[in-house]
Design a protein around this ligand. Sequence first.
Ligand SMILES: [Zn+2]
Ligand SMILES: [Zn+2]
Length: 139
Amino acid sequence: MGRSYLFECVKCGYRASVSGRSDRGPHLAVQTIHCLDCRELYDAVTELKVPVAPGATLNQWKLKPGPFDSGPDETPAPTFAHALNVLVVGSDKPLAWKKFRRRCPVSPRHRIRTWQAPGKCPKCGAFLDGSGLPARIWD
Ligand SMILES: [Zn+2]
Ligand SMILES: [Zn+2]
């Protein structure tokens, strides 16, 4: 079961509702990230259970990246909110885990680091207070 916690900065008032670690529910896995460009904490979707279409392959990697490609052509990870909206629960279709590279939901070019509680405020660098109570139970 996945849970988000409320983290609050007593110094600058920054608040984030994130899991504060890598967390996983039956249909969704997230890792909290710190985006150095946005100066925000996010729960990045790392894995999502998706229905397997008959005959379709989950492997969408290009075989040969062109010389100007930065790398494999990846399906961008959905945002956490979007992933919750599309969660397939109680379906009798076959499901498979689809993995995503951790990225900032604003831009894939942003530099991110994984963030683990107890950790520092992305705005001011003070340690964040976690309430210890789940702010949200999501899967
Ligand atoms: Zn702060
Ligand atoms: Zn960002």
